[in-house]
Design a protein around this ligand. Sequence first.
Ligand code: SPV
Ligand code: MN
Length: 616
Amino acid sequence: MSADNFDKLMTIANPLMHDFVADAVELCQPDSVMVCTDAKEDIEAIRQMALNGGGETKLAAEGHTFHFDGYNDQARDPKRTKYLVTPEMKLGKNLSQIDKKEGVEDVRSILAGSMKGKQMLVAFFCLGPINSKFSISCVQVTDSPYVVHSESILYRPGYEQFKRIGDSDGFFKFIHTEGETENQVSINTDKRRIYMDLEDNQVYSTNTQYAGNTVGLKKLALRLGIQKASNEGWLAEHMFVMGAHGPNKRVSYFAGAFPSACGKTSTSMISGQTIVGDDIAYLRKEGGEIRVANVEQGIFGIIRDVNPTEDPEIYKSLTTPGEVIFGNVLITDEGRPMWLGMGEDLSQAKGTNHGGEWTYGKKDEDGNEITASHKNARYTVGISSLDNRDPLADAPEGVPLSGIFYGGRDSDTCVPVEQAFNWTEGIILKGASIESETTAAVLGAEGVRKFDLMSNLAFISVPLGKYIQSNIDFADGLDNVPSIFSVNYFLKNKEGQYLNTPLDKKVWLLWAELRVNGDVDAIETPTGYIPLYKDLAALFKDNLGHDYTQGEYVEQFTIRIPELLAKIDRVEKIYKETVASAPAIMYETFDTQRKRLEDTKAKHGEYISPFDLIKK
Ligand code: SPV
Ligand code: MN
């Protein structure tokens, strides 16, 4: 480490951080170490390193680069992601874990000497807005310039923030090596590890490059954050945050949790609304209300289906010069990125993608089609480059929360939008009961219905029952309790066709905006409140120019009693069999809901038109 870099490190007077870095250097044995501050020159140096063999290549448009992950490194890897636990820790069986002593020994043996011949980067970033109650300082050690470059786009600068915390131990530590590479991609999959040490707030990540496994501040920090939040009485959630724009310039803020690849980013980008963040939120109680802040300042979003019609804001920023990293898309010989669902014919396209040279119809060794871009291909951009950035996106005090959405990929059970009767029912029957058909965002089979409470299951680091109880208790003492809604963008008819277009989510959002402000009435169903036909018809007409028919309404909002009952049975079974810590109120609430469904069935039958539920 040069004297200059050493000074940069020592200027932060935190011996615990120094120890962490010293240990990492000793263990990984890099040839040199660079310490990055918040200075523009340092970030620029990282960008250049990324382009000089550090994981990125320039594209034709100014500021655009691309990055490829290995063919089997295209998503988060739950099988190799584990909590390091001591015998005293009782996390419950849903959380993947390994004995701490054994796991640390194993991952340290992989890290040993891993940076020989390479430069180690030490960088500082901040979770949440800087200099605020939400801020958590982080130090990232990695041999990947791509990782630090991504973090410089996605997170607020943390070097100056780190100085503010003095010698506190309340910071997060991340150590990553991409390991041995060929053509700039990690090759030793068998030595891939993503191990979280909850006692030391430290995460190890090895032999992977995909950002969900490597960018410390993203999902690795969410796991640490959930434990910290649980201990300190706030919430760390897998949620977007956005401003919904109602009548007379009214802005009501919503947060929403959806499993990966279920429309979370595109909800936060609905036209005419403003985005605070698309992926991770911290919620704190202040002065009788919930304040919510975006943990990030950028978006690592799924690029598939980003096109000028459905996502005009993001499409514009991806096709305009400026800082963008494209991941696992098709790169044409002219240096242009192309992707599935971009609104162009890809059958004539050719170029290079994560599988090498590509032309339409190419198959891999196992005979599976290699699509032009991977289904989980991504883009990384700063929110500041978006025209629809909310003016309070970086507010240190966050924004006041009016409502929460929980959604999933559900083809046959829940209506497109429904408001829970109250907070506790919302947490239990909407959030803690999310099931979703699996997608390409996680390695494994697609299309299988999976339980995913609060869309946060992959990241929860405390016993699940404790986490749910914290969510229930969070409304205690509030003057303004936000409303909780379920949304379902993926309802299908018997022929398997979607009943809604992707644009319809705007109507559900704006209905919820009216609802939280008491502007519209609703129909009571056994599971919550749904919109009146007339209110939706007006919203469809005004916002989408669509004449929404009564037929569409009835088909979409029919209450499907058998499916709803089956869902409760499935979810309850999961809690009974696998979540010893589940609070008793959950089972009471499942019973209440079941009884309401049975009573309604006795009166109206199994499939009930919403018109039949309007009180005469
Ligand atoms: C998600 O999959 O939920 C993402 C991308 O936001 S990842 O970084 O992989 O978690
Ligand atoms: Mn996410």
